[in-house]
Design a protein around this ligand. Structure first.
Ligand SMILES: [Zn+2]
Length: 137
């Protein structure tokens, strides 16, 4: 058995029954990193302390054996941030597909619509409400 296999096995034994990482954990680490960078940039010690506290909380959750409570916390986080996470996902998709698609908002129901670029003048039909309007794509 290689030493990496032994290390992996001992880590697996250590983590058995513990909660591990979830979306709230990732968000906490990203927030802590952002606070650390901001704290360094603006020389604010309080931000760095807050970042350290967040990392401690993150590790405490990661190593916790109370899996039900940690899962409830994660569910609450997912519920409360659902709209913001969707907005970020849509923005990332727009940036990624910006060369292939044009994006419009339906003037009637505010639904976001996507059409292929370079098709010229088209009539867009909203999938949500059926409203039709002319656009140049
Ligand atoms: Zn519509």
């Amino acid at each position: 058995m290689k030493w990496t296999d032994r290390l992996r096995a001992s880590l697996a034994r250590f983590m058995a029954g513990r909660y591990g990482v979830d979306q709230l954990g990732y968000a906490t680490v990203i927030l802590a990193l952002a606070l650390t960078v901001l704290g360094e940039l603006f020389r604010v010690v309080l931000l760095k302390l807050l970042a350290d506290a967040l990392l401690i909380v993150c590790f405490a959750r990661l190593l916790s054996r109370n899996r039900v409570k940690r899962a409830q916390e994660n569910q609450l986080y997912l519920q409360k941030t659902q709209r913001a996470r969707k907005a970020v996902r849509e923005w990332v998709n727009r940036v990624k597909n910006g060369k292939r698609y044009r994006y419009f908002v339906c003037p009637q129901c505010r639904a976001r619509l996507r059409v292929p670029r370079g098709v010229g003048k088209i009539t867009v039909t909203c999938k949500k409400c059926g409203n039709r309007f002319d656009k140049k794509a």
